[in-house]
Structures are given as structure tokens and as C-alpha cells.
Design a binder for this molecule. Structure first.
Ligand SMILES: Nc1ncnc2c1ncn2[C@@H]1O[C@H](COP(=O)(O)OP(=O)(O)OP(=O)(O)O)[C@@H](O)[C@H]1O
Length: 272
């Protein structure tokens, strides 16, 4: 049996435009093995978020769109009716969106954003168990206790970002997809979140329940310096195609595609 992984093969996606449909993903193949950490890099508009949306089954493929998504070797089929059928997939594959505040429920406070996500997804355990998990994650992500009863509009953008990470980790996902997870953070928070993600990748830190298998992590970013700390593999996209898929060290030392070279060359140079 092949190792557990989240994978897409032959993924094509297009959007309608005045003269027909514009294809933004061309026959994309990508595998994220459980326990691995993959950076998805590329210029703005190259199709990274579109790929993420397809993996999350939140896009609406057109009739000509193609591709297969597999979760741990099994082909994922979109259920026709209701979101309940998607629950097992949602529990297994969680996401931290690019705009974390947009994914939060404006009526719920910080603590119940996390417990509510667990209840909605049918995570086993009583309310107190869910609360204990939420408290553990919020504390580990450095969200101060006085913020736990606030609603999303009463916390800062950085706090919303960390809350979104806690909420995504609470159901104990086997795969975690993060869209630009540190772009809105100040340098100190940025280091903190990158350290947390590195801990998640290295030793399963913050995994719920603990101990549990390390999740597969896919981080979408423009920023090679940030993801190089966390990810052992780097996938570079250009114009809706994957143009490089190498160990991160390979991308830092000898990028081959011009887009990959541009990412490497944009890194700040340390004076000798
Ligand atoms: N709903 C949509 N309708 C039409 N075109 C879209 C839609 N969503 C995205 N696109 C187009 O698809 C292309 C890929 O967009 P996508 O958001 O995947 O890029 P990205 O690599 O994530 O960019 P960024 O790094 O700026 O977030 C872009 O040209 C974008 O304009």
C-alpha cells in the first residue's frame, strides 16, 4: 500500500471570462505525504490559491475541468447533497485561509470558535474535552486568556491569524493547508508562528490528540525565506504549472527554472 498522502493528479481549473474560459491550472500533479512539509511558491496570480481551493473542495469545477484528488489513496468524490457527507474530509484536511478573519464566525467568541469547529465536525469527546483542547491550543499559540471571551472584531489581525491556526488544528487534521500564514504578522509574531509550524512539522507539537501522527503540511507563500525554515520540499508554480519540485535546500542552492531563481535571488543577502 502506498504511504498516506493528500494528492492531486491532472488537475485543470478554469474561470469564465468574456471570450470563454481562461485556464489557470494546467494538469497539475502534487503529492503531500502525511508527516511531510511542502512549500508552494510562485508569483502572484500563478494559481496557488486556486490549487488550495481545489484541494479543499471549495471550488466549483467547470464542465471541462479535470483532475483527481486522493486522500490516503482513496479517490475523493464530491457529494451531491449537503455538507454532512464532507465532514470526514473536512476533519482530515484543514485550512488556514489567507484572510483568517473571513473564516471566523463573527458571533462567536475566541474560545467557542475553536470548540464550535470541533463540534461541527463531530470530533469525539464531551464539551469539556473540547474546551480543554481549545484552551491548550490557544495557550500554546500565545493568545492571552483575556482575549478568549472576545469576538473576532475585538482581537487584532495577528491574534485572528493565530486563532485560525488553533481552530484548524483542533479537529486533529491529518493534512493542514496554510495560505500565506505569516504575511500579516509583525516580525516577532512571524517568528513565533514559524517556530510553531516548524515544531508541528518536526515533532508533531500541537497535534491533537497528543500523541498523534504528524500532519502533512502545505504552506502557500511568496516568501522563500519564511518557508525554508519549515518546509523540507519546495514546489514552484508558474502560469498554472508546476515548474520545480525539489528539496528546499536544492531550491536555495541551485534553482533551475527562472521563477525559482527569482525567488532565490530575492532572498536578503547577509554581508560576508
Ligand atoms: N473566482 C475567480 N474568477 C475569475 N478568475 C479568478 C478567480 N479566482 C482567481 N482567478 C484568477 O486565477 C488566477 C490565479 O489566481 P490565484 O488566486 O490562484 O493566484 P495566487 O497564485 O494564489 O495569487 P496570490 O499569490 O496573489 O494570492 C489569477 O489570474 C486570478 O485572477
Amino acid at each position: 500500500m502506498s504511504e498516506p498522502a493528500l494528492e492531486v493528479t491532472g488537475l485543470t481549473r478554469s474561470y469564465p471570462e468574456a471570450s470563454g474560459r481562461r485556464t489557470v491550472l494546467h494538469e497539475v500533479d502534487l503529492t503531500v505525504p502525511q508527516g511531510s512539509s511542502v512549500a508552494l511558491l510562485g508569483r502572484s496570480g500563478c494559481g496557488k490559491t486556486t490549487l488550495l481551493k481545489a484541494l479543499l473542495l471549495i471550488d466549483r469545477p467547470g464542465r471541462t475541468d479535470t483532475g483527481t484528488i486522493r486522500l490516503d489513496g482513496r479517490v475523493v468524490r464530491r457529494p451531491r447533497l449537503g455538507s454532512a457527507a464532507l465532514r470526514p474530509y473536512r476533519r482530515a484536511v484543514q485550512c488556514v485561509p489567507q484572510d483568517p478573519a473571513a473564516g471566523l464566525d463573527p458571533r462567536r467568541d475566541v474560545l467557542s470558535q475553536v470548540t464550535g469547529a470541533m463540534a461541527t465536525l463531530g470530533v469525539p469527546g464531551a464539551r469539556q474535552d473540547h474546551e480543554a483542547t481549545a484552551v491548550g491550543l490557544l495557550s500554546a499559540l500565545d493568545l492571552p486568556r483575556e482575549s478568549w471571551r472576545r469576538r473576532p472584531h475585538e482581537i487584532s489581525g495577528g491574534q485572528a491569524q493565530r486563532l485560525a491556526i488553533a481552530r484548524a488544528l483542533a479537529p486533529g487534521p491529518r493534512y493542514l493547508l496554510l495560505d500565506e500564514p505569516v504575511s500579516g504578522l509583525d516580525p516577532r509574531r512571524r517568528h513565533q508562528v514559524l517556530d510553531l509550524l516548524a515544531g508541528l512539522v518536526d515533532d508533531g507539537g500541537l497535534c491533537v490528540p497528543d500523541p498523534s501522527p504528524r500532519p502533512g503540511v502545505l504552506i502557500v507563500s511568496h516568501d522563500l525565506a519564511a518557508v525554508a525554515r519549515v518546509c523540507d520540499r519546495a514546489v514552484v508554480m508558474d502560469g498554472g504549472r508546476i515548474v520545480e519540485d525539489v528539496p528546499t535546500t536544492g531550491l536555495l542552492e541551485s534553482p533551475t527554472h527562472p521563477t525559482a531563481r527569482a525567488l532565490r535571488d530575492a532572498l536578503p543577502r547577509m554581508p560576508v
